[in-house]
Ligand binder design. Structure first.
Ligand code: NAD
Length: 260
């Protein structure tokens, strides 16, 4: 499974799943370009923590919803580390509302970060991967890339679109030494989900623990959250030589969510 000598860019890796993936790839020896928002001191501490494992670490504050930022971020990886071998399109946001009440600017925001950003970063990263004859693109979609839930129109549309982009990218690059796959998590306890748990606890007058129980019971046969480390392990597998002929798939890591 060693990724020694490889360079990975993980978007949205200052928190949650992206951070779990960055740590897992670094654990296999890959140098990492972190991306995402957050407190500068916290980000510096994350860089130091990952660098202590002996790999190169950089940071780019690109806004993934902006094409020019994504191109500059890929160029930064190639400049600082000499190459970009692994791109994990993970940055994502959520907004919850019915279609008829969905604010236009929230629709634009969710689509631009969750879908357009993966296209922008992939477009920028592919030429270098092609030139070197090796690459891995891992798109972090969702169970909501395969099935829907009420009140998540922009998110579900973006994640379904991301699976379409995954398939097209995989087919186009099938003989270029580059694979493109998606991971479709179910519930993972991160700030993105904590915001939804807190909102539900308040709305229904229940504890956050009861909100967790209800969230899981409604969607997943397994009454437990997947961890960012487990999503990281799935990403490491997709980047390994063992997965060299796996391309264009949605890999569900969802406690049985879409098996029902
Ligand atoms: P999170 O809120 O913990 O982390 C999101 C990350 O994205 C942060 O680092 C944040 O700074 C970054 N980010 C947000 N907007 C950005 C922008 N415009 N430019 C650059 N970075 C930006 O969320 P998470 O739960 O870790 O989600 C990560 C991914 O996993 C998302 O794509 C999400 O849709 C997906 N996902 C999450 C779950 C879950 O249950 N948590 C389930 C399925 C899929």
């Amino acid at each position: 499974m060693s990724l020694a000598g490889k360079v990975a860019l993980v978007t949205g890796s200052t928190s949650g799943i992206g951070l779990g993936i960055a740590r897992a790839l670094a654990g296999q020896g890959a140098s990492i370009l972190l991306n995402g928002f957050g407190d500068a001191a916290v980000i510096a501490a994350l860089q130091a923590e990952i660098a202590a494992t002996g790999v190169g670490v950089g940071y780019c504050g690109a806004d993934i919803g902006k094409a020019a930022d994504c191109a500059a971020m890929v160029a930064q990886a190639e400049r600082e580390f000499g190459r970009l071998d692994i791109l994990v399109n993970n940055a994502g946001v959520q907004f919850v509302s019915s279609v008829e009440n969905f604010p236009m600017e929230q629709w634009e925001r969710v689509i631009s970060i969750n879908l357009n950003g993966a296209f922008y970063a992939s477009k920028a990263a592919i030429p270098g991967m092609k030139a070197r004859g090796w690459g891995r693109i891992v798109n972090i979609a969702s169970a909501h890339g395969l099935v829907a839930s009420a009140d998540k129109s922009a998110y579900v549309a973006a994640k379904h679109g991301l699976l379409g982009l995954t398939k097209v990218t995989a087919i186009e690059l099938a003989n270029a030494g580059i694979t493109c796959n998606a991971i479709c998590p179910g519930w993972v306890l991160t700030p993105l989900v904590e915001a939804q748990l807190n909102a539900r606890a308040e709305r229904e007058g229940i504890s956050v623990d009861e909100a967790k129980r209800r969230f899981l019971a409604e969607k997943q046969p397994m009454a437990r959250f997947t961890t960012p480390e487990q999503i990281g392990a799935a990403a490491v597998f997709l980047c390994s030589e063992g997965a060299a002929t796996i391309t264009g798939i949605p890999l569900s890591v969802d406690g049985g969510w879409v098996a029902q």
